[in-house]
Design a protein around this ligand. Sequence first.
Ligand SMILES: Cc1cc2nc3c(=O)[nH]c(=O)nc-3n(C[C@H](O)[C@H](O)[C@H](O)COP(=O)(O)O)c2cc1C
Length: 168
Amino acid sequence: MLIGLSGKMFINLLLLKTGMKTLVVYYSRTGNTRKAAESIAKHLNADIDEIIDKKNRTRKIIGWLIAGKDASQKKLTEIEYEKNPDDYDLVIIGTPVWAWTMTPAIRTYLSKNKFKKVAFFCTSGGSPGKVLEHMRELSKKPLAKLSLVGREIDDSNKKIRKFCTKLQ
Ligand SMILES: Cc1cc2nc3c(=O)[nH]c(=O)nc-3n(C[C@H](O)[C@H](O)[C@H](O)COP(=O)(O)O)c2cc1C
């Protein structure tokens, strides 16, 4: 407990020292990427913003099939979000893995925006493919990358802390 707290304070202090204004942005269909995003934002004391895909992706089997097809065909989609990435020095962007690549919502967000500095993370079922490379191709070299398995999110604190220390 004491070690965890001091580690977190250390990271917050580092970021205060560098003065980077940081935003964590994510898309999540079933909550795994949201959990990871919330944990990263808490560790870094960063702002957080959820990207909403205006296309209905909640339907079970058909929604899953269309989501996979849209992702593999590199489709863009209509998205909504609140915070302007231009206002931040560092934007940390998270996606679930769909068909070994990023979701249409994150593809659209990366295509529409330019960033000063970025970092990427993803959650998957265990086969992330080259999703983080694909994100880099659409954007720029990230300060750090993190790949998590969705069902293990609750035990990922150590990996998340390590990722956060690379963001100085
Ligand atoms: C349409 C679809 C395609 C998926 N494709 C992959 C995949 O290629 N590889 C993988 O490991 N997991 C795949 N998954 C599993 C998700 O990446 C994983 O459950 C993720 O943590 C979900 O994040 P979320 O809860 O934030 O939506 C897929 C899930 C969906 C819905």
